[in-house]
Design a protein around this ligand. Structure first.
Ligand code: NAG
Ligand code: NAG
Ligand code: NAG
Ligand code: NAG
Length: 231
């Protein structure tokens, strides 16, 4: 390539463009590797049981993108877990499962999902208002928290049945999985956390979750760096 470059000035220009293009590829790679500088970056999932129902509970599940540089791009996050017992999802607001699964044991009402390991995706912007909750329906796209807290949060509501109806009989879901475009994520076990407090819109009353669980997921680059640092 070098000798052909020297043959004419116009060809040299073409070669310069090639070199520039490959340089821009390099800078792209460095941007991608940026979260090597962000070993504690994580996505935290909070599972707040807000009310009990005759056969289960209603929870608000909130995801926070606590990564410094990594945005979750379209087509967005996919969240999965495995139920600890025989739970079903009666309904969801602000998100949906990708498959209903086998609900044939239900005769009167049909649950939204009967799978042991449901897979949940966000709804798209423009979802009708009566099918939304606060912070839902962003097509699974999440900006970094430091960049914009308002667009770094995703939430949906899930109504769970056959789960137990007290804080002694419910079980935390297991094996959380988070998928998103780019390198994968590994999620830790769910842990019992301090019950979340919610403020009413006028700020005059505080309510509290019945139970709060949280799960932390890290992308593989942050995670391997974190292990090197600690190990
Ligand atoms: C996740 O990120 C938040 C915000 O930076 C931080 O407070 C928390 O300690 C992190 N969690 C873990 C397990 O690294
Ligand atoms: C369950 O609820 C009782 C009474 O409301 C409370 O005292 C207890 O700490 C709760 N346990 C858990 C694990 O949240
Ligand atoms: C969770 O995942 C681990 C490892 O993939 C597997 O051994 C275990 O059986 C899973 N647990 C459930 C309840 O699916
Ligand atoms: C998650 O739960 C752990 C254990 O209780 C707690 O230390 C941590 O602060 C919680 N994180 C969030 C974001 O609620």
């Amino acid at each position: 390539m070098v000798s052909s470059c020297l043959r004419s000035l116009s060809k040299f220009t073409a070669c310069a463009i090639v070199v520039l293009l490959s340089l821009s590829c390099f800078s792209f790679t460095t941007t991608e590797a940026y979260d090597a500088l962000d070993p504690n970056g994580n996505i935290t999932i909070k599972w707040d049981v807000i009310t009990w129902t005759p056969d289960g509970y209603v929870a608000v599940v909130t995801m926070f993108n606590f990564q410094q540089y990594r945005r979750i791009q379209a087509p967005g996050w996919t969240l999965g877990w495995t139920w600890a017992k025989k739970e079903v999802i009666w309904s969801m607001v602000g998100a949906q499962t990708t498959e209903q699964g086998d609900c044939s044991r239900f005769k009167l009402n049909t649950p939204h999902c009967c799978k042991k390991d449901p897979t949940v995706v966000d709804l798209l912007p423009g979802t009708p208002y009566n099918q939304q909750i606060a912070n839902c329906c962003k097509g699974g796209v999440l900006n970094p928290w430091v960049q914009d807290p308002a667009t770094a949060v995703s939430a949906f509501q899930v109504s769970v049945g056959s789960s137990g109806t007290t804080n002694k009989t419910v079980r935390m879901p297991k094996n959380f999985t988070l998928k998103a475009p780019g390198p994968g994520y590994t999620c830790g076990p769910a842990k019992v956390g301090k019950p979340t407090k919610f403020f009413t819109a006028d700020g005059r009353r505080t309510t509290q979750a019945m139970m709060t669980w949280n799960v932390t997921c890290q992308n593989w680059e942050s995670r391997s760096l974190n292990h090197q640092v600690k190990g």
